[in-house]
Write a protein that binds this ligand. Structure first.
Ligand code: PMP
Length: 357
């Protein structure tokens, strides 16, 4: 026995780069717009002498705002430090059996990391060629299911029919639907929480509310599942949400008008960008998220990625099976996307970018 035998060793999740210098940053699906003015105002007006106190462990002000906005009772809502924290708590709470947890082979690359760190057996089921989910694949024996909808990094949104089939077909397992990108398109499973007691719907303020830096995530489910989540949370750390996050989260959810404005802008820019990419021979599934996952059969994705980076434009490239010819391009402002397209036009005429054979 050596020291290392007693240490939990894992291969960690690799987040996208956060460069120090000013670049056009289209690599981590952040919102290109600032958070609501009301968030900034609420943070300015906060009584920071309260920082000497522990924050409210039940996060009541944030739960109240979420409850009013979504029309869901507070006991059906859980909040955490970004949806990564919420998802991690869900894995710890709901995936506690011997059977494998199921998720697609191409999806958010944190799922297998949590499964490994918590020693949860898991099985990755291949998406179909067009990156859609085969609902029938999920009728196999399992200890839980996790699906991102719209999926990342593909941007593909499944219809409710497919998701409901999976939820209804697995009454003995908790099905987590990660809706990090649902505010940019696709149909939410949220109304199904009243119909199915095995469903958890996870959301975040990182993308559509421009608050990745604040770390606010939340989940909806039946009161019983939310209670189990809270029991685990209070057994790990009672004070997950700090005071500024509670204040900013509440203000962000209460400014629905600004939310509609920025999500509308991102969606319009995305549709423009799809057309421009198409004109240049790129192929992609019809993304419903705030990014486009595209490949061009004529050119090497890894080389385009490097050339863009050299020009100060960061997109995401995954050197992984089935997706190593794709680039994931987050949607920026109109101006940033025009710069991106202009850079592509310079790059695509370089001889070494072309694929030969
Ligand atoms: N789920 C998916 C599918 C994501 O892409 C991300 C962003 N990396 C997250 C969850 C986590 O986001 P956050 O922790 O910022 O809420």
């Amino acid at each position: 026995m050596g020291l290392k035998d007693n240490i939990r060793r894992v291969v960690p999740y690799t987040p996208g780069e956060q460069p120090k210098q000013k670049v056009i940053k289209l690599n981590t699906n952040e919102c290109p717009y600032p958070p609501s003015e009301k968030v900034i105002q609420a943070l300015k007006e906060a009584d920071y002498s309260r920082l000497r106190l522990y924050p409210d462990p039940v996060c009541d002000c944030l739960l109240t705002a979420l409850s009013e906005y979504y029309g869901v009772a507070k006991e059906k809502i859980f909040v955490g430090v970004g949806s990564d924290d919420v998802l991690s708590m869900c894995f710890l709470t709901f995936f506690n059996g011997d059977k494998p947890v199921l998720f697609p082979d191409i999806t958010y690359s944190f799922y297998d990391v949590w499964a490994q760190v918590y020693r949860i057996p898991f099985k990755q089921l291949p998406l179909r060629e067009d990156f859609s989910i085969g609902a029938e694949d999920y009728m196999a024996e399992n200890g839980g299911i996790v699906l991102a909808n719209p999926n990342a990094p593909t941007g593909v949104a499944e219809g409710l029919e497919c998701l409901e089939r999976i939820i209804a077909g697995n009454p003995e397992s908790v099905v987590i639907v990660d809706e990090a990108y649902i505010d940019f398109g696709g149909e939410t499973c949220l109304p199904l929480i009243d119909k199915y007691s095995n469903l958890i719907v996870v959301r975040t303020m990182s993308k559509s509310r421009a608050m990745a830096g604040m770390r606010v995530g939340y989940a909806f489910g039946c009161a019983e599942l939310i209670k189990y989540l809270n029991d685990v949370k209070f057994s790990v750390n009672s004070y997950t949400m700090n005071l500024p996050s509670l204040i900013a989260g509440e203000a962000a959810i209460r400014d629905g008008e600004y939310f509609d404005k920025i999500t509308g802008k991102v969606k319009a820019t995305r549709e423009w960008c799809k057309e421009e990419l198409k004109k240049r021979g790129f192929l992609f599934a019809d993304s419903m998220a705030n990014f486009i996952f595209a490949k061009n059969p004529e050119y090497h994705a890894a080389r385009i990625f490097e050339e863009l980076k050299g020009r100060g434009i960061y997109v995401r490239y995954f050197n992984k099976p089935r997706i190593d010819e794709y680039l994931r391009i987050s949607i920026g402002t109109d101006e940033e996307m025009r710069e991106f397209i202009k850079a592509l036009d310079e790059i695509l005429i370089l001889p070494e970018i072309e694929r030969r054979g």
